[in-house]
Write a protein that binds this ligand. Structure first.
Ligand SMILES: C[S@@+](CC[C@H](N)C(=O)[O-])C[C@H]1O[C@@H](n2cnc3c(N)ncnc32)[C@H](O)[C@@H]1O
Length: 216
């Protein structure tokens, strides 16, 4: 039995998936504007995500299940997420923590309306007790009060910042800690860093433009 199969969680994930499908025209409209230029920016990401503030843009169901499996199989207790949005990936991760017997996810979001939505979704899923949402720019909110070790990290916020975020949390990774970066090719500095020193990380690209890495 998995928390993912509990009626409140599965019904919510289904509803959020339908909402995501319905938001595709709005997402395409933003994509046709200047989104692609802003997507990799290290300075204008707030403009991009302001345009996307009512759009869920979650990880796929497959990525959600992968996150759940990674967190379960490593018996993760401390998880960090860059980019909460409506809370879809957070639900998969929190469900894994519940089934692992407890733990904490720190997740980060700077759009206030998305923080409210994510909080409501996590409460509806009865998983909010496992989650701390840090509101504000992750460059600030992740620069303090982190757990001594992080078992699993999801990078899914502004792509241009992946290397900066890694710099903030790198000293919390232990041998065996996992990192999953979504749309990693939009941050070549991150991919270069993580693949450069094979004594420090093992790293592989997965389908869906994910980069899965393990601290050695
Ligand atoms: C792709 S969405 C995250 C989707 C989420 N992981 C899920 O699967 O449901 C990226 C989110 O990161 C937020 N974000 C981007 N850059 C950020 C930053 N520097 N600090 C905090 N939040 C950020 C955006 O507002 C957006 O909601």
């Amino acid at each position: 039995m998995s928390t993912l199969n509990s009626p409140n969680v599965s019904a919510l994930l289904e509803r959020l998936s339908n909402e995501t499908d319905a938001s595709m025209p709005a997402l395409e409209a933003v994509a046709q504007s200047e989104a692609s230029r802003l997507l990799t920016s290290r300075t204008e990401y707030q403009t991009l995500y302001g345009l996307l503030k009512d759009i869920p843009i979650p990880v796929s169901r497959e990525t959600g299940l992968l996150l759940y499996m990674l967190a379960r199989s490593t018996r993760a207790r401390h998880i960090l997420e860059f980019g909460t949005s409506f809370g879809v990936s957070t639900i998969y991760l929190a469900a894994a923590l519940r089934d692992n017997g407890g733990g904490r996810i720190i997740t980060t979001e700077f759009e206030p309306s998305k923080v409210i939505r994510a909080r409501n979704h996590l409460a509806e899923a009865r998983l909010f007790d496992l989650v701390e949402i840090r509101e504000g720019d992750a460059l600030q909110t992740l620069s303090r009060d982190l757990p001594d070790t992080l078992d699993l990290v999801l990078l899914d916020g502004a792509k241009g910042l992946y290397a900066d975020i890694l710099g903030l949390i790198e000293d919390r990774l232990r041998p065996g800690s996992l990192l999953l970066a979504d749309d990693a090719h939009h941050c070549p500095e991150y991919v270069q860093h993580i693949r450069a020193d094979q004594r420090k990380y093992l790293s592989i690209p997965l389908t869906g433009d994910l980069e899965l890495s393990m601290r050695l």
